[in-house]
Design a protein around this ligand. Structure first.
Ligand code: NAD
Length: 362
């Protein structure tokens, strides 16, 4: 991988590698941008096949966090951490202590939190070595599991997309196909069911699926069949890159709107969705409830405000759709332009005030 070329092309500020042999820690932090504030983003633990895979993942995720914070109106930049390891096997108190020391050495330029493969309990252990961690358990005055807030944001986003597509955000009688009934997917399904949506879902964990399906009256389909379900909304709430060259031609929906990060395997697929007249809710916009929720821990706003800010995902999506129609570009590009515009504005403000005395000397 041509690392410096990649950093220059995507405007990353910094990448830091950290190794602690005794604790078994191999971690990478990518700081994409600190223009809006300290870089905020979770720590993913994953048994990456190669170090290059881990590096690429952290770089992509960190960049996504910059745009996510920008469009959510948060004063945070974008960053992310990855730990190379198996979350089921390689966790230990020593590992989290070493990771906490690493994060502390960055003096707040990056604030970590939970992500795939890590939990609020892990973050409580990290907190023993650094204050620069959010997403702590409620018992430690943290905001706890962000999934309910994330699901609420996705629900609001789905309604906004329905309004943009069908002229009404009423979900009664609309069919939503949910991929993954995990923490976010299950909360989302509950909110959609309350509004009278018809639900179809797929989930790898058969026991979990059966329990939730029974509770909410969901029709379950085998995992690979979810792409071909005839529906109004396809809501990916499992893994990333599910919109790819193999799946895109199988979709029978009008809207793709779900919680999963990096749903498009590459940006070109955003153009293809638009050509197929499928409205795509950019993932970092619609799933921002989680970062808004954990952002409340650093004291800028309270938990109640986090729900209000998450509710405003509805308006953000309508703005993105309007810009996309005005400029004739797909929604993923419109979102990128809006996120970048806020960052550029703040950059210009920084440049304007740089070197000026804070108080008029007269
Ligand atoms: P989770 O692990 O609780 O749920 C994911 C579920 O998807 C699991 O139940 C898993 O069995 C299922 N699954 C995996 N592969 C599948 C497949 N091919 N078909 C059907 N089901 C499959 O994770 P989560 O916290 O609910 O997050 C879901 C997605 O949303 C992830 O991509 C995550 O990165 C993203 N996200 C989550 C949050 C949050 O607050 N939790 C915030 C932002 C983004």
């Amino acid at each position: 991988m041509e690392i410096f070329n990649y950093l220059a092309e995507h405007n990353h500020e910094e990448v830091i590698f950290w190794s602690d042999k005794t604790a078994g820690l191999r971690a990478i932090v990518a700081i994409h941008s600190t223009v809006l504030g300290p870089a905020l983003g979770g720590c993913r633990m994953w048994p990456y096949v190669s170090e290059e895979d881990a590096l690429l993942d952290v770089l992509r995720l960190a960049e996504g966090m910059t745009y996510k914070a920008s469009l959510a109106g948060l004063d945070f930049g974008g960053g992310k951490a990855v730990i190379i390891g198996d979350p089921a096997r390689d966790k230990s108190a020593a590992l989290w202590q070493a990771f906490g020391k690493f994060i502390n050495s960055l003096h707040g330029r990056y604030i970590t939190g939970e992500d795939v493969g890590t939990t609020v309990v892990d973050m409580a252990l990290v907190h023993q070595s650094t204050p620069y961690v959010v997403g702590l358990p409620k018992t430690e005055h943290g905001s706890g599991d962000p999934s309910p807030v994330t699901a609420f944001g996705v629900y609001r986003g789905i309604r906004a997309c329905c309004r943009a597509c069908f002229g009404s955000d009423d979900l009664r009688g609309r069919t939503v196909a949910v991929q993954g009934l995990g923490k976010v997917g299950a909360h989302l399904a509950r909110l959609l069911a309350q509004d009278g949506a018809r639900l179809v879902a797929s989930e790898l964990n058969a026991e979990r699926a059966a329990k939730i399906a029974l509770e909410l009256g969901i029709k379950l389909v085998p995992p690979d069949d979810i792409y071909e379900v005839k529906c109004d909304v396809f809501a990916p709430c499992a893994l990333g890159a599910v919109i790819n060259d193999t799946t895109i031609g199988r979709l029978r929906c009008r809207i793709v709107a779900g919680a999963a990060n990096n749903q498009l395997a590459d940006d070109q697929l955003g153009f293809e969705l638009a050509e197929r007249n499928i409205l795509f809710a950019p993932d970092y916009v619609i799933n921002a409830g989680g970062i808004i929720s954990i952002g409340s821990e650093v004291g800028a706003f309270d938990a109640q405000t986090a729900w209000h800010k998450t509710s405003a995902i509805y308006d953000s999506l309508l703005r993105i759709v309007a810009l996309s129609r005005e400029e004739g570009v797909p929604t993923h590009l419109a979102a990128h332009r809006l996120a970048q515009a806020r960052i550029e504005l703040v950059k210009q403000e920084h440049a304007f005030f740089a070197g000026r005395p804070a108080i008029n000397p007269k």
